[in-house]
Write a protein that binds this ligand. Sequence first.
Ligand code: 0O2
Length: 230
Amino acid sequence: MNDIDFYIEGIQQLPAIVEKNPKNQEKLAEAFMEFMQLCHLYESAIEVVKTYLGILDSEFNMKFQRNPIHNIESRLKSAESIMNKLQKKGLAITPDNARKNLLDIAGIRVTCSFISDIYVLAEMLTHRDDFVVIKQKDYIKHPKPSGYRSYHLIINVPVYLAAQKKYAPVEIQIRTLAMDFWASIEHQLKYKPSTAITPEISEELRICAEQIAETDMQMQKIYSEINNLG
Ligand code: 0O2
């Protein structure tokens, strides 16, 4: 389902939902519209960042005949995961609480070939004067105990709507293809309900992350050598 279908389906469902709850009709309709507006704002913020990343990638290609970005994925956190996260934080499930307390509703994941590309992109994103950096975490220089490596940014992104400018936070994870390979598989293994992750398995996964990081560094070295030769 694309974004437009998502909104159309939501709006089409509104009369049925309101009809089933005659006592709270007005409140429900209001909350629903607020939710739809929030989704629209976050989707738009994602588009702003993706457009900027696309421009950077093509500029690099024009100037240096190479692309720093291998792939870009984006997602809006599902309503279910938003509700779970609010509940975990002991907060009431309202659009307002989601907006104020969850900074990863809009998420973008960027994969690069080389470690140096990650830092180039992070630098560009954090130095745009209309982007407000809320959080910046370098899990490449400081990997998580699990072995997880990635560069995380949370940026408040301006969205120009018809009548006003609004800001929305977007979580951007930037990592190499190798880091992404590890993170995707580790996530799959850990979140399968049937698997029990023993400390031994966690240690094996951490060792895999170390080996992958070494390969990443070797690739970076080869890339630098070739570039210096060229
Ligand atoms: P999903 O399903 O990917 O969205 P903080 O409150 O800032 O201290 P927080 O909010 O946990 O910490 O943020 P953090 O740790 O900077 O980043 C959270 C996201 O990074 C996770 O999102 C994962 O996407 C990813 N991540 C962090 N640690 C690991 C790890 O050990 N393995 C893997 N595979 N991914 C990791 P969510 O919401 O947990 O999940």
